[in-house]
Write a protein that binds this ligand. Structure first.
Ligand SMILES: [Zn+2]
Length: 379
């Protein structure tokens, strides 16, 4: 391929390391993050807070930005469903099975939204193939809690990725930290996952370069600082994110369906605007995949990374891929490299085109996230 796929850096820490090593610190075991033994651990996930965004707005997150932070790698695609599942299982998307925002359910010849599309034909406990860190911790006598918005308490995605944790609903950032404090006050060894979706939501609506996103960041920083003042001794706290994001102006929308050769033989277009999964008609061969990838590459040049499925897998982008997961990955993957997004102008509902903040691709702005150690984890 003319545009080389960025491949994994050997030895680089990733999102997959965060929760399993926190659980090891709870068991007073040596671990790959060199976390000291603790009684309880809290892992705070600020959805969409990439390393670049935090660095660019460090003056608005003085508490967080003053702490030593390292850069870790999220997964591909850099989308919430894939990344949070890697966080809570420690497994790569090719193993856990959530490989994009909307992916193919081949048995039913349909695309399914991996956050919201759960039903009797896509059962969370089956489709997400891995044991969670929370389920494993329970066998060692550690209780796990997931603190997030109440509306997600019974969702299919919660069943897929947070099973083994007791869900505690709290609808504001302030209430979520208060809930975490209540859990920690019991003194019982606990693993707490605290999820903050507000920044990602503001980013999609207004962009991360907006005042709305900035006030969200200031709120997160203030709440973290207040929480750390009251956190009991021997409680370690980590702050990380599932992915970063980029703001894309409306004029940079690429309507790919207007070039007929790019959708010829394509039965479903899945993924999301910065990372398309193109699914060919059933029975496609590697040669068919390569042929379509070549057409896209000729069309897109340097502004996208294009790869047939076999090449993306060989580059290690999904980790080892389980045979059950293979059909969920697009026959051809198109990941935006420049500040553009891909839309299909054919569907009647074009509401998705209102989004400003976007993610899903392989740029450092999307893929590199911070890991900040606080409390008993701050050395
Ligand atoms: Zn996200």
């Amino acid at each position: 391929m003319a545009t080389m796929l960025p491949t994994e850096k050997a030895g680089a820490r990733s999102l997959a390391d965060v929760l399993p090593n926190s659980a090891r610190a709870l068991a007073a075991e040596p671990n790959d993050l060199d976390l000291p033994p603790v009684r309880s651990a809290v892992v705070v996930v600020v959805d969409g807070l990439g390393r670049s965004q935090l660095a660019a707005r460090a003056g608005h997150a003085r508490f967080l930005a003053a702490r030593p932070r390292e850069a870790i790698t999220s997964v591909f695609p850099t989308t919430t469903a894939a990344a949070l599942t890697t966080l809570t299982t420690g497994a790569m998307p090719g193993q856990h099975g959530l490989v994009g925002y909307r992916t193919l359910d081949a048995s039913n010849d349909r695309l399914v939204n991996q956050l919201t599309g759960w039903d009797d034909a896509m059962i969370p406990e089956v489709w997400q193939r891995e044991t969670t860190v929370f389920e494993k911790a329970a066998t060692g006598g550690i209780r796990s809690f997931a603190v997030g918005p109440s509306k997600f308490r019974t969702s299919g995605f919660t069943r897929a990725v947070l099973r083994g944790a007791e869900y505690r609903g709290a609808n504001t950032i302030t209430e979520r930290f208060a809930e975490a404090s209540r859990i920690l006050a019991s003194g019982e060894p606990s693993l707490v996952y605290l999820y903050i979706p507000e920044l990602d939501k503001a980013s999609h609506s207004y962009g991360w370069e907006s005042p709305q996103w900035l006030s969200g960041l200031e709120a997160v920083d203030a709440e973290l600082q207040a929480f750390l003042k009251v956190v009991p001794p021997r409680v370690g706290v980590l702050v990380t994110a599932d992915h970063g994001s980029v703001d894309v102006p409306h004029r940079a929308h690429v309507l790919f369906d207007q070039a007929p050769e790019l959708i010829d033989g394509v039965r479903h277009v899945g993924g999301e605007p910065r990372c398309l999964h193109l699914y060919l008609e059933p029975g496609a061969t590697d040669a068919d995949r390569l042929a379509l990838a070549t057409l896209w590459e000729q069309s897109e040049g340097e502004r996208a990374w294009v790869a047939p499925r076999q090449e993306a897998i060989a580059a290690g982008l999904f980790g080892d891929v389980h045979p059950d997961v293979l059909p969920r990955i697009g026959d051809v993957l198109v990941a935006a490299r420049k500040r553009i997004v891909y839309y299909d102008s054919r569907p009647v509902d074009q509401a998705a085109r209102n989004m400003i903040g976007q993610h899903g691709s392989l740029t450092a702005d999307e893929r590199i996230v911070p890991l900040v150690r606080l409390g008993a984890f701050e050395l």
